[in-house]
Design a binder for this molecule. Structure first.
Ligand code: GLN
Length: 240
């Protein structure tokens, strides 16, 4: 019997891929295989052809200069990404791409990098970088563990749901208690680390959403998560 296939689109791995973000792709791929899928990973860099078939979109963080580099291309594929989001395609975007899935990021030196406005959020660089280990709490995924390093302070406009509320760390801006954002099946977050190895519940949710979209059903396997549990416990105990 041929296996069902899922296609993961990795956005801008050349320019937007720091603090272990590549690990999100590795975990998603392996867990999807454990759940019985054949997995195809498509790397998309500026100027590439946008694939016809996309089941999950992943994107990472980057320096301000990396965000400058990909900005024009991102704006050009923005309508396709928004259409995929409207169709329920799950996505996970971290830090630099989380910011540019919002309306704009105004950097420390005052220039504005426009985003695709998929999230109704805005980001302005603050006086100090927000750096360190972070733990947040979410209704859907329990405690979420990661590492943050950003100058941007992100504010959710009215009606935008956060991914979690901060237990320890700064989160979106260090002022309100929010971390990340959600819209349809799209998750934005500041958490690097990588995020998914220590938070397999989020990985499985992305896979489940993708499988239901394409095939109508999802029958989960029961992966051995002992190492993920140990990694989580260890990370939660680390000092900020
Ligand atoms: N350059 C952005 C900032 O400093 C994003 C950083 C990141 O992706 N880690 O806020």
């Amino acid at each position: 019997m041929t296996k069902k296939r899922l296609t993961i689109l990795q956005l801008y791995p050349r320019d937007m891929n720091i603090y272990g973000d590549h690990g999100n792709m590795l975990v998603l791929k392996r867990r999807a295989q454990w759940h019985g899928f054949d997995v195809r990973v498509v790397e998309y860099n500026p100027g590439d052809t946008f694939p016809e078939t996309v089941d999950i979109v992943l994107g990472g963080g980057g320096q301000d200069s990396g965000q400058d580099k990909i900005q024009q291309d991102l704006l050009s594929i923005g309508p396709r990404l928004r259409k995929l989001a409207d169709d329920g395609v799950p996505m996970l975007v971290i830090c630099g791409l989380y910011q540019l899935f919002g309306t704009f990021f105004k950097t420390q030196d005052g220039h504005v990098i426009k985003g695709i406005g998929l999230f109704d959020i805005e980001t302005v660089a603050g006086p100090e970088r927000l750096i360190g280990n972070i733990v947040t709490k979410s209704d859907d995924f329990g405690d979420i563990v990661g590492y943050e390093n950003h100058s941007g302070q992100t504010f959710l406009r009215a009606g935008v749901a956060p991914l979690g509320t901060v237990i320890r760390g700064a989160g979106n801006n260090g002022q309100d208690e929010f971390e990340g954002a959600r819209h349809a099946n799209v998750i934005g977050s500041y958490l690097h680390g990588s995020l998914l190895p220590k938070n397999p519940a989020i990985a499985d949710w992305l896979i489940e959403r993708a499988a239901v979209n394409r095939y109508g059903t999802f029958t989960p396997a029961t992966p051995d998560d002992r190492f993920a549990k140990l990694a989580r416990e260890h990370a939660i105990k680390r000092p900020r």
